[in-house]
Design a protein around this ligand. Structure first.
Ligand code: DX5
Ligand code: ZN
Length: 224
């Protein structure tokens, strides 16, 4: 069963000099979650934001769920720090963890929703033995590290396979897609079986966040 669609703007493409305002604007424009990309210049070749920024957004008054995408290695310490900082969802890459099952449990024990992130070449078999510990699976449709890259089209088949895997399981797991999601391809991505859509440059490059979020949602709904 496909869950109701969620649009999660990635603040990686926001203007960091006025981050609070940017987040307020996308939420006012209809964003469901705020996608928060954490990069460490080790697991991925870029350096972004940490728990202090997450806590600052919460203190600023952000009540929408914060979807923390960890692109860091190791993940153990930052899971707890982000939970304390107010994260609602925490996902990590299996390649960045020595103990995947333990880290998923750690996220839930900290009171957050837990998920794994699979890179374009990382197989779905990583999910097999932890389905009961997943609230979300995030499929990367670009190689992680930067915003503004092009959607890798082989992800569409992977989305279909994951949709089947989730539907044949007894679990309610969100299927989230991240990277190169645009107005031109979001319907196709929804049609393949995604229910949660991260979009960075597609939203923050536009002058009117409400208008683009409405258009994205309309494109998703047309194919649902
Ligand atoms: C890439 C990040 C994405 C990124 C998406 O490593 O995980 O969340 O911000 O940006 P766009 O939507 O511009 O591809
Ligand atoms: Zn991301």
């Amino acid at each position: 069963m496909k869950l109701h669609p969620i649009i999660a703007p990635s603040i990686l493409s926001a203007n960091f000099a006025k981050l609070g305002e940017e987040v307020d604007s996308v939420i006012a424009g209809g964003a469901d979650w705020i996608h928060f990309d954490v990069m460490d210049n080790h697991y991925v070749p870029n350096l972004t934001i940490g728990p202090m920024v997450c806590a600052a957004l919460k203190a600023h008054g952000v009540t929408s769920p914060i979807d923390v995408h960890l692109m860091v290695k190791p993940v153990d310490r930052l899971i707890n720090e982000f939970a304390v900082a107010g994260a609602d969802i925490i996902t990590f890459h299996p390649e960045a963890s020595e103990h995947i099952d333990r880290n998923l449990q750690q996220i839930r024990d900290a009171g957050c929703k837990a998920g794994l992130v699979l890179n374009p070449a990382t197989p779905l078999t990583h999910l097999t033995h932890v389905m009961d510990k997943l609230d979300v699976v995030l499929l990367m449709s670009v190689n992680p590290g930067f915003g503004g890259q092009s959607f890798i089209r082989s992800t569409l088949d992977k989305i279909k396979n994951l949709r089947e895997l989730i539907d044949n399981s007894e679990y309610e797991i969100r299927l989230e897609v991240d990277g190169g999601v645009k107005l031109e391809n979001i319907a196709e991505i929804a049609n393949a079986g995604a229910d949660t859509f991260v979009a960075g440059s597609a939203i923050f490059s536009q002058p009117d966040y409400m208008e683009i979020i409405e258009k994205l949602r309309a494109a998703i709904n047309k194919h649902n």
